[in-house]
Design a protein around this ligand. Structure first.
Ligand SMILES: Cc1cc2nc3c(=O)[nH]c(=O)nc-3n(C[C@H](O)[C@H](O)[C@H](O)COP(=O)(O)OP(=O)(O)OC[C@H]3O[C@@H](n4cnc5c(N)ncnc54)[C@H](O)[C@@H]3O)c2cc1C
Length: 404
């Protein structure tokens, strides 16, 4: 791989879990890596998420995507131990398992299918009667019809993980450029030559050159790719969350359909979520909160007695086929690491491993074809002429500003 030793070797665009974990792996190999983020690194989906590390709960039947998720889960314990050691901060991976409950006949049918398919595939999954389930988790509603216990679906406090990962990156020598929005990628001879970044919309843009670029800007990745004339099919899927405090004895994650309760330290529990395609608006809405609360109380009626602590929303980076986009496209020095949708926290360790292998060795240790950006036939369209003109004007203005 060719790196640009005069400036940055690698520029990572996006300082969420995905961008930072890749940056860490590269810095550990003595690569000079810089992370650009339009805000505070880690403040978007990576902190907004619930922290479930749940390959089995996210699938009915094991398929290649499940294999990727399970491989990442299997890396998690070592990954967290490493981040804890590098950062000097406690993160804590919780490995007590996950309970999936059925609250009606449709859900019960769904759980039966999961149990059948996963047992056949040799995965660990226990079928529980309502009585057995309530014995393990007394908070569960008396209305549950049946439950599955999945001992190898874990969870983590992703806010703590993100903070520790950023610290680990700093100690490994990663340079951070917070509040540096990448406004476009600039190419020369068919390769990306530099990023243009601005602290504020009206401020003077800076150009930063590098040998390699990683696009890890989560739900915003499509906007950045469009500056190259590439229409990357990544769109934001909003998820709202609520946090309560005063809970005791939540022994593990409780799920029913798309609702869940995830324990956090200090008697906190978070409840999620919604799946909304509402553009880039990160609103918390009355309807969103109503549906989360209703779902949470159906799983565990005692939630309505808990003290409300906070509510927020985040944007999952969704793709057309809901699979991540990993690897090089047409441009030989631009690697994509985005589109992790509902599973970016789970997929962090494996993404960091595979993308750093691709950059450092030119190939990855697992087949990645199904995640290739090429599956979307992303040929670079001609940049629309008005954008080309804006770019020329912008470039001219920028040069004038520099001369003045
Ligand atoms: C409510 C909710 C619940 C979730 N629950 C789970 C879960 O339980 N388990 C799980 O595995 N996953 C979960 N997810 C999904 C997971 O959070 C995401 O897939 C993951 O965080 C994506 O990480 P990322 O680093 O790609 O994106 P982000 O964390 O969004 O990071 C992208 C970064 O790019 C930066 N950026 C954007 N544009 C620019 C630009 N122009 N210039 C510079 N920087 C830019 C942003 O500021 C941001 O910091 C959940 C998500 C949500 C919203």
């Amino acid at each position: 791989m060719v790196f640009n030793k005069e400036t940055h070797d690698v520029i990572v665009i996006g300082g969420g879990l995905i961008g930072c974990s890749i940056a860490l792996r590269l810095a550990q190999q003595k690569i000079r890596v810089s992370v650009f983020d339009q805000g505070k690194p880690g403040a978007e989906a990576s902190s907004a998420g619930a922290g479930m590390i749940a390959p089995q709960g996210e699938t009915t039947q094991p398929d290649p995507f499940y294999e990727l998720c399970a491989a990442s889960r299997d890396l998690y314990a070592d990954f967290v131990a490493e981040i804890e050691e590098l950062s000097g901060r406690k993160v804590g991976l919780r490995r007590e398992g996950t309970l999936m409950a059925a609250l009606d006949e449709t859900q019960r049918h769904g759980l039966q299918k999961i149990h059948e398919a996963q047992t056949k595939a040799g995965l660990k999954v226990e079928r529980l009667s309502p009585e057995e389930a309530r014995k393990r988790s007394p908070q569960l509603s008396s209305q549950i019809r049946e439950a599955l216990f999945i001992p190898e679906d874990y969870w983590i406090d992703n806010v703590r993980l993100m903070e520790a990962l950023e610290q680990a990156c700093l100690r490994a020598g990663v340079s951070f450029y917070p509040h540096a929005k990448v406004t476009r990628l600039i190419t020369s001879n068919g390769e990306v030559e530099s990023v243009e970044s601005c602290a504020e919309p009206s401020s003077v843009p800076f150009h930063h050159a590098a040998g390699q670029f990683v696009l890890a800007a989560g739900a915003w990745s499509g906007k950045i790719a469009s500056t190259l004339g590439i229409s990357l099919p990544v769109k934001p899927c909003r998820g709202q969350m609520m946090e309560f405090e005063g809970a005791t004895d939540f022994p593990f994650v409780l799920r029913a359909a798309h609702h869940y309760l995830v324990p956090r330290s200090g008697g906190r529990v978070i409840a999620g979520s919604t799946m909304e395609y509402a553009g880039f608006e990160k609103a918390v809405t009355g309807e969103g909160l109503r549906s989360i609360l209703k779902g949470a109380v159906r799983i565990a009626p005692m939630v309505k007695e808990l003290r409300f602590r906070a509510a927020w929303s985040g944007l999952r980076p969704d793709t057309e086929d809901h699979l991540p986009i990993l690897g090089y496209g047409e441009i030989t020095n631009l690697v994509f690491a985005t589109g992790h949708f509902r599973n970016g926290i789970l997929l962090t360790p494996i993404t960091a491993q595979l993308i750093s292998e691709l950059i450092l060795q030119g190939s990855a240790s697992r087949p990645m074809e199904i995640y290739s950006p090429a599956r979307f036939h992303l040929s670079r369209s001609r940049v629309p002429s008005h954008i080309e003109q804006q770019r020329k004007n912008h470039h001219r203005d920028h040069r004038q500003q520099k001369i003045e």
